[in-house]
Design a protein around this ligand. Structure first.
Ligand code: ADP
Ligand code: MG
Length: 292
């Protein structure tokens, strides 16, 4: 492509709210074979809500939720906000937290009113040496509904299974249809539970799922897609997405996301509307075609 055609192309892109930080990205985007997307905050709104709470024998629903929500008040994770909001909606007063620790990719640990409270993924419970088998059937059902199952332990005993669901953005289904129409493979990379991720992928017609990825594992996920499928564009919004945005052949950040993601990207979408991804690809193809 000539410098002029690239200038015209990036100018047109800017008008539709797609900022190319590097002219070469227009060309790499045209050649992309796989579009990999982060789930939370990219395919979904990133604002999960608590949908289910089932307590184990010997635990009381309101009491358990109050302790769990008190611990989560210290966390900045969107899941924590869902749990805190649910407790608020039920009029539960938060309890005092003496100690708190976030374990990225796993969950949180806290000391609440003299009780040890742990909340997180099944792999966090396993790390604590707790068996989540009692909730296996419930967890499968929730995951098949596209909800993310979490577990709470109180004083070292499995107390509850909690599900949160993050609504899919309105623009997501149309964006995926357009990507498929352009002949691209669509992949999802997420730290979420595999069964939940697969249920969501099935619903959206996503071709490939890389799930249960730890916060620093998204780079390897992008590398393995590159090894299999050619040029990869990765779309993400979060702090954890920055290394993957840099690793991808084209890193596309959502402009409403975190600063570090934006700084690591080649392309920035001014809104969270995912239809701008296929729009930018169509534009890159039209721009390069014009000068041939
Ligand atoms: P994602 O952004 O895909 O949720 P994270 O790496 O932030 O990925 O978290 C991975 C998993 O760890 C979450 O899906 C959840 O199961 C668990 N987790 C992380 N933080 C919390 C928290 N504050 N409360 C409960 N669970 C958590
Ligand atoms: Mg995200």
């Amino acid at each position: 492509a000539t410098p002029t055609s690239i200038m015209v192309g990036t100018g047109k892109a800017a008008k539709m709210g797609v900022l190319f930080r590097k002219g070469e990205a227009l060309q790499s985007l045209r050649d992309a074979k796989v579009i990999a997307l982060d789930k939370t905050g990219t395919l979904t709104k990133g604002r999960p809500e608590l949908t289910d709470l089932v307590v184990a024998e010997g635990f009381e629903e309101a009491d358990s939720l109050r302790l769990v929500a008190s611990a989560e008040r210290q966390s900045e994770h969107p899941i924590a906000e869902a749990i805190v909001n649910a407790a608020k909606a039920r009029g539960l007063e938060p309890a005092g937290v003496q100690e708190f620790e976030a374990i990225p990719g796993f969950g949180v640990a806290a000391q609440v009113e003299g009780h040890r409270v742990d909340v997180g993924a099944d792999r966090y419970m396993r790390k604590l040496g707790l068996d989540v088998e009692a909730f296996a059937q419930t967890a499968q059902r929730l995951a098949d509904e596209g909800k993310s199952p979490l577990y709470a332990a109180i004083d070292g005993r499995l107390a509850a299974i909690i599900a949160v669901a993050d609504p899919i953005k309105e623009s997501t289904p149309a964006a995926i249809r357009s990507l498929h129409a352009e002949g691209l493979q669509v992949a999802m990379i997420t730290g979420d539970n595999r069964r939940t991720a697969e249920a969501i992928a099935r619903r959206l017609g996503i071709d490939k799922v890389v799930a249960e990825v730890l916060p620093d594992g998204k780079v390897d996920a992008v590398k393995s897609l590159q090894a299999e499928g050619g040029l990869v564009a990765f779309v993400g919004d979060g702090i954890n997405d920055a290394p993957a945005l840099a690793q991808a052949d084209v890193g596309i950040a959502i402009g409403t996301g975190t600063d570090i993601a934006i700084e690591s990207a080649d392309v920035v979408l001014m809104s969270g509307d995912l239809r701008n991804v296929p729009n930018a690809i169509a534009l890159s193809r039209a721009t390069i075609r014009n000068i041939k």
